[in-house]
Design a protein around this ligand. Structure first.
Ligand code: SIN
Length: 571
């Protein structure tokens, strides 16, 4: 653990999170001459810790990218697939930009030492996942793409430091507050270092802070996400006055390994298995997706997840199955899935992997423009924590590592620009940062007020929160359950925050309230958001709705589109 006294008190850029977006930004910014501090919630890369804090490490399928030598693919086709999966809420301009930048971002990663699976002639191998009309997903180590990407970035960071780049990684550290001037501009962060044995607090002054903290899978009792996915960045940004959007779209992966009674992180069973021939069947052996969607088992993820849930309800079984009996190379092509099954002690000798849908990805997040600027000047967001407009109401498979790579690089470029304003020009104001923004389109925008923080916040005990969210705010929602959840969250006791678990629980409580408010406000079904009481899609609601905090940290009220939620939802 870094001794607090050794952590710099000033930096050009503080990055909160050390996954694909965070480390890509750190490398790019430091190579551009910035001093960078990375707050990493987990142990150091070489610690041998059993679980990594970032979801990047656990990504299996791969990176969706249009390869220059893939004649059957094009930027337009990848964009079209992304738009179709996103159920009317994908914003075309940032999507085109991110998809078009994909190959350059992947090439930079390969230059930094990342190795992807190739055929005998050295060509990159490509697989297919749900919602993709062609094979365009590159992978590494079979199904260990995220682990390879993470390790490549960690090695590149170590090498860059050895070459003189100014990057300081602080392990076991999380940001506890975004510091702001009276005008609301970012001036730095406070942070907590907690290695489970001792804790300490510190402050870093910086003109730019990038949140790259990933998602919030631990809102739910079972998730494919590692323990670090507790919504920290969204909570930090909300408390700083930033706008969030699309939080109601929590993506459930159709095939999470089913282990009776297990809570917390569970193994993912990659969608790429279906791309390579596995079939989804119910407990009676019938196809789960026949007649549901023309793309069958490779339909967009929200469609397949609901079909799996329906199959489980129909049969009364605890799970459905992925039939791999026609895949002789399963064990060698999918070593990570196989290892997860073995570690959980699940028997698949009959050629069937038991699966259930599991909380996997937050499609929405902190609203950013194409340079990773949030609505708070100096606060940037990239990766799963951000809402660029790429995912809309349902993320297309394997677009997340792509987004992290591209937007991590763009965030670094923005931090460099902010650190060196051109002579005679002034820094961007929050108002300016929205002019010309393409990603914020359709989301209401106002200036961000400065907020006072305290180390006290509402905290619902984690198990209670996860049970509530798993029952009332999961694949199916309705008005009654959402209101009951909001009421329970609003009545959560206010607690003093001391260690990492306290801050995480406070973040989960705040993010749960934001997700539930967003879900309550969307009185239709679209993408990953399904309302049992509003099963139809409503064309009039085909837009993102901005949400921001209406009160202080211990007050879980929000404004939707600038209106108090109480008024707009008649709570
Ligand atoms: C998977 O391998 O199925 C997950 C890929 C993703 O979440 O994009």
């Amino acid at each position: 653990m870094a001794v607090i006294a050794e952590v710099p008190t000033r930096a050009d850029l503080v990055i909160v999170g050390a996954g694909v977006a965070g480390l890509t930004a750190a490398l790019r910014a430091a190579r551009g001459g910035l001093s960078v501090v990375v707050l990493n919630k987990g142990a150091g890369a070489d610690s041998g810790a059993a679980e990594r804090p970032s979801s990047t490490f656990y990504a299996q399928g791969g990176i969706a990218v249009v390869l220059p030598d893939n004649a059957e693919d094009s930027i337009g086709l990848h964009v079209a697939d992304t738009l179709a999966a996103g159920a009317g809420l994908v914003v075309p301009e940032p999507t085109e930009l991110i998809v078009a930048d994909g190959w350059d971002a992947v090439s930079a990663l390969i230059d930094d030492g990342a190795e992807f699976d190739r055929d005998a002639d050295g060509r990159l191998l490509r697989t297919r996942e749900g919602g993709h009309s062609v094979r365009r997903i590159i992978h590494a180590g079979g199904d260990a793409t995220g682990a390879h990407v993470q390790r490549s970035l960690e090695r590149a960071t170590t090498a860059a430091i050895a070459e003189g780049c100014d990057i300081r990684c602080v392990d076991h550290a999380m940001a506890t507050q975004i510091l702001q001037s009276a005008e609301g501009e970012v001036t730095g962060v406070t942070y907590l270092v907690d290695d489970g044995e001792s804790t300490g607090n510190g402050t870093i002054t910086a003109p730019t802070v990038l949140v790259a903290t990933g998602g919030a899978g631990h809102l739910y009792a079972a998730t494919t996400n590692p323990g670090g996915a507790t919504g920290d960045g969204i909570a930090l940004a909300l408390r700083a006055g930033a706008q969030v959007a699309d939080l109601e779209f929590i993506q459930f992966h159709p095939t999470m390994l089913y282990v009776p009674g297990a809570r917390g992180r569970r193994s993912l069973v990659s969608e790429a298995l279906r791309g390579e021939g596995a079939r989804l069947v119910d407990a009676e052996g019938n196809s789960v997706t026949e007649g549901v969607h023309p793309m069958g088992d490779l339909a967009p993820r929200d469609v397949v997840a609901r079909a799996v849930e329906a199959a489980i309800e129909r049969t009364g079984a605890d799970c459905a199955y992925l039939d791999i009996s026609g895949m002789p190379d399963f064990a060698t092509r999918f070593p990570t899935v196989r290892a997860g099954i073995e570690a959980a002690g699940v028997d698949i000798s009959d050629g069937r992997i038991p699966i259930v849908p599991g909380a996997h990805y937050l499609c929405g997040g902190v609203v950013t423009d194409e340079h990773a600027n949030t609505t708070v000047t100096g606060l940037l967001a990239a990766g799963e924590v951000a809402r660029t407009g790429l995912h809309g109401a349902n993320r297309l498979a394997s677009n997340s590592l792509l987004e992290g790579l591209v937007m991590g690089g763009r965030a670094a470029a923005e931090a460099i620009r902010r650190a060196a304003p051109k002579p005679g020009t002034s820094r961007q104001t929050p108002q300016d940062s929205r002019v010309g923004s393409v990603a914020n389109r359709g989301v209401s925008s106002q200036l961000s007020p400065r907020r006072d923080h305290s180390t006290r916040a509402r905290v619902l005990p984690r198990t209670e929160l996860q049970n509530l969210m798993s029952h009332e705010v999961a694949l199916q929602r309705d008005d009654e359950g959402l209101r009951a959840t909001l009421a329970a969250l609003a009545a959560a006791p206010i607690r003093e925050l001391r260690g990492r678990a306290d801050y995480e629980d406070a973040a989960l409580t705040l993010v749960a309230a934001a997700v539930t408010s967003a879900a309550l406000g969307r009185t239709e079904s679209r993408g990953a958001h399904h309302r049992a009481d509003h099963p139809e899609t409503d064309a009039a609601q085909a837009r993102s709705v901005g949400l921001r905090m209406a009160g202080d940290a211990d007050d879980l009220r929000f404004e939707r589109d600038g209106e108090p939620v109480e008024r707009s939802l008649a709570l």
